[in-house]
Design a protein around this ligand. Structure first.
Ligand SMILES: [Zn+2]
Length: 112
């Protein structure tokens, strides 16, 4: 399992790849609190997926971690996964170019 720690927008993020239970659950990536987890090896993490999960990290910083998770669950129940406003926002920003620190974090992870 490859793992990396980086600081993005003044908050530490722990990134781990090849997380077995994610693969078994059929999930490619997830952001849980200070952790961003991917099911695939670091070199196979697509840039849009990396950016998508980072957006969930930024949503947590903006809205607060506890509030984010409560709203995420509520909106998923109310609107479904696809139309969950957090997912809509993360998809809309998934193809934004990476900032320098985000790009460094991705490369650092791939080099570990
Ligand atoms: Zn998402």
């Amino acid at each position: 399992m490859r793992a990396g720690i980086c600081t993005l927008k003044c908050k530490v993020v722990h990134i781990r790849c090849e997380v077995a239970w994610l693969s078994k659950a059929g999930v490619r990536g997830i952001c849980l609190g200070p952790f961003i987890l991917f099911s695939m090896p670091a070199e196979e993490v697509p840039q849009y997926l990396f950016r998508h999960e980072l957006e969930h990290h930024y949503q947590q910083l903006r809205d607060g971690r506890v509030w984010f998770h409560l709203k995420y669950i509520y909106w998923s129940l109310r609107h479904g996964y696809t139309n969950n406003p957090y997912e809509v926002e993360a998809r809309a920003k998934a193809n934004n170019p990476l900032t320098t620190s985000e790009e460094q974090a991705l490369w650092k992870l791939r080099e570990n």
